[in-house]
Design a protein around this ligand. Structure first.
Ligand SMILES: NC(=O)c1ccc[n+]([C@@H]2O[C@H](COP(=O)([O-])OP(=O)(O)OC[C@H]3O[C@@H](n4cnc5c(N)ncnc54)[C@H](O)[C@@H]3O)[C@@H](O)[C@H]2O)c1
Length: 255
């Protein structure tokens, strides 16, 4: 079986960080897709697109896109379709998280988290699914999520957990409605991923505690996430939709 994506247009959000988004974007380009490296950070988006384009056989363009901005989502998805062709792969990776107790949480920050982690992915899915349907393409959407909703954010990240819980439901809603048009939608779920800024910044004790939850005695890394993403996006997963794949070394089974 192959993960060849030649001729496909893939838009990845939050693709200009040091973690999962950039790694998935790079893999999709290596598999032959033309990748739209989208990110709210303009300089890094351009730098990553250039870096990917310099790899043998790889093609990428940069688009500045704040996924919390609906007008920008419409503008970017339409300009991508006009200039490159219809989007047939969408990876909703960008996310925002501010820890804090639910009693005192700032309502504006709450709204921003919902906008970036849930409302944006919905608007992007709506735009991309229309393009996939109209172009009669075998479309794929991958929502990058977490098992935080299963544990209610563990008392420190309720809004993030609520937004990602909504995202997980969005996966199934889009899988239901996209299916008749050949559109597959899945969730790639995880806990702490080593090699990301988020996990590397955590206190060592937190990583030790998380590792202790793994029956395998380890944490998953960015490469593990990329392999799973490449599989779910490829035709190897042609009959997998509405699914949640946990790349978490089993930590998701213990609270
Ligand atoms: N890092 C982890 O351990 C971990 C654990 C569980 C889930 N996740 C999920 O994985 C995904 C990627 O996380 P990561 O830590 O690898 O980050 P990442 O390295 O992929 O970087 C995130 C990028 O998103 C961009 N961004 C932030 N707000 C944005 C916005 N409003 N619009 C567009 N871009 C924006 C940032 O500029 C950054 O470049 C997220 O959805 C996160 O919830 C990560």
């Amino acid at each position: 079986m192959t993960t060849d994506l030649t001729g496909r247009i893939a838009l990845v959000t939050g693709a200009a960080g040091q973690g999962i988004g950039k790694a998935i974007a790079t893999r999709l380009a290596r598999d032959g897709a033309t990748v739209v490296v989208s990110d709210s950070h303009a300089r890094r988006a351009h730098a990553v697109a250039e870096e990917i384009s310099s790899l043998p056989g790889c093609s990428a363009v940069a688009r500045v896109l704040d996924v919390g901005n609906r007008a920008q989502i419409v503008e970017v998805t339409e300009s991508v379709a006009d200039e490159l062709g219809p989007i047939s792969i969408l990876v909703n990776n960008a996310a925002y998280n501010v820890l804090g107790p639910i009693f005192d949480y700032d309502p504006e920050v709450w709204d921003r988290i919902m906008d970036v982690n849930l409302n944006g992915p919905w608007m992007l899915s709506r735009q991309a699914m229309r393009q996939m349907r109209d172009a009669k393409l075998p479309g794929v959407i991958l929502n990058v999520s977490t098992y935080a909703p299963d544990v209610g954010g563990e008392g420190i990240e309720a809004p993030y957990a609520v937004s990602k819980g909504g995202l997980n439901v969005l996966t199934r809603s889009c899988a239901h409605e996209g299916g008749p048009y050949g559109i597959r939608v899945n969730t790639l779920s995880m806990g702490m991923i080593t090699g990301t800024r988020f996990t590397d910044a955590l206190h060592a004790d937190m990583q030790v505690a998380e590792r202790a939850k793994s029956p395998l005695g380890r944490l998953a890394a960015v490469d593990d996430v990329v392999e799973a993403a490449a599989f779910l996006i490829s035709e190897n997963a042609a009959n997998i939709t509405g699914e949640t794949l946990n790349v978490a070394a089993g930590t998701h089974m213990r609270y």
